[in-house]
Design a protein around this ligand. Structure first.
Ligand SMILES: [Zn+2]
Length: 396
């Protein structure tokens, strides 16, 4: 799992679903990990025929709750619901401001991994930027069978197409979380009618988000791919062994037929009557044909073997090849402030300040170099305040 995205958690999914149902005017009765949902009579949803239904929360054993609607990040019902929500609900909007996150700033790793402590931090917003947060459904399957699927939340700046992991985390953990209804009376939910983003930019940002989401589950996909490739290996090996076996069988049968043909030739030559001779000739023709058929089959097989059974091999590996599909299923437009953060840091009683380009929700956005030696600051080359002044691990 890389940092670019944030998995959609069970609690986030429940909050999103609750919000979606409530938005449709439904009532929800909550008891023991089950919701009794009653939809208003005029509302029709694709995933269920009746106006009243039960939703089971969390992973369930399919056999115990066969046919029930199970809400979990991996469940089929969650996918149907998100598909439908994406079609029915207009794109959401959210403004992330310094005020909204109560001035709790995200410090860069070159601070959190260092010996310095942050005494104070202040953010100066310079301009607003727009990002889009998408829930991306990633399906992994082969031609023959469904493998697995993932649901990832990813936020991408619409201009730079840069992923903003901190914002996905705030949205998933903070807004799509229990007790944080996504309604307009929440301080943070502020629809800005003037917010206009071209559909082309949005499409590009969503596509960048889809790529980032796949990248985020790359390790898991590699695992599925390896396991599929192992299945293909063993299926091919089984095929190869069967063909080898068949080749041996054919050779034996052909040898036996040769011997019998030899005997029949003796019979023809030594026939005592015309009838016996005709019968022996008849039999010989029959066996000769049979032998020719087997020889053709053997020849074909030997030819296939020379090519390493390439044709069948390709067929098997194609059947086990992994196909990855991504689909954005729900999205929220986000405006967020970009500017500069000033950190007042101290170490062993000495205090100094450091400034960095910063975005609300995203943290420090660009590389920062050491004031003294100009080396880039990083988790390994962290900040340091010594009697010689502020610097980094490599110069102080
Ligand atoms: Zn330095």
């Amino acid at each position: 799992m890389t940092d670019a995205t944030h998995p959609v958690t069970q609690s986030a999914l429940e909050a999103f679903t609750r919000d979606y149902f409530t938005g449709l005017g439904a009532s929800i009765q909550d008891s023991d990990n089950r919701w009794q949902v009653r939809l208003p009579s005029h509302v029709n949803v694709a995933f269920v025929d009746s106006q009243e239904f039960e939703v089971l929360l969390g992973e369930r054993d399919a056999e115990i709750d066969g046919g029930g609607m199970v809400l979990s990040p991996e469940s089929e019902f969650a996918q149907q619901l998100l598909d439908e929500a994406a079609e029915m609900a207009p794109i959401g909007q959210l403004a992330l401001t310094n005020h909204l996150i109560d001035d709790s700033h995200r410090y860069p790793s070159w601070v959190t991994e260092s010996e310095v402590s942050v005494e104070d931090s202040s953010f100066s917003p310079y301009y607003d930027r727009t990002a889009i947060c998408v829930f991306v459904k990633i399906g992994v399957e082969t031609v023959s069978e469904y493998q697995t699927q993932f649901l990832e939340a990813v936020t991408v700046d619409v201009e730079s197409e840069q992923p903003l992991p901190g914002i996905s985390e705030i949205l998933v953990e903070g807004f799509f979380a229990p007790g944080e209804p996504l309604s307009s009376d929440t301080t943070g939910y502020d629809v800005d009618e003037s917010l206009e983003v071209s559909s082309e930019k949005l499409a590009n940002a969503v596509s960048a988000g889809q790529k980032a989401a796949v990248e985020a589950v790359r390790d898991e996909i590699v695992e599925v791919r390896q396991s599929a490739s192992r299945s293909a290996d063993s299926e091919f090996e089984e095929y190869r062994q069967l063909q080898e076996q068949r080749i041996n069988e054919l050779r034996n049968e052909i040898n036996q037929l040769s011997e019998r043909l030899q005997d029949l030739t003796t019979d023809v030559d030594g026939a005592e009557s015309q009838q016996q001779r005709v019968e022996a000739l008849e039999k010989r023709r029959e066996l000769k044909n049979e032998k020719e058929d087997l020889e053709t089959e053997l020849e074909d097989l030997l030819q296939e073997k020379t090519s390493g059974f390439a044709q069948e091999r390709q067929k098997i590996y194609e059947r086990h090849a992994i196909e990855i599909t991504t689909k954005p299923v729900a999205s929220t437009l986000i405006t967020y402030e970009r500017g500069e953060i000033e950190l007042s840091v101290s170490q062993d009683g000495r205090t100094d300040t450091v400034r960095a380009p910063y975005a609300i929700g995203a943290g420090v956005t660009d590389e920062v170099t050491c004031k003294s030696c100009q080396a880039p600051l990083s988790e390994a080359n962290y900040l340091s305040v010594t009697p010689d002044g502020i610097g980094c691990r490599s110069c102080r």
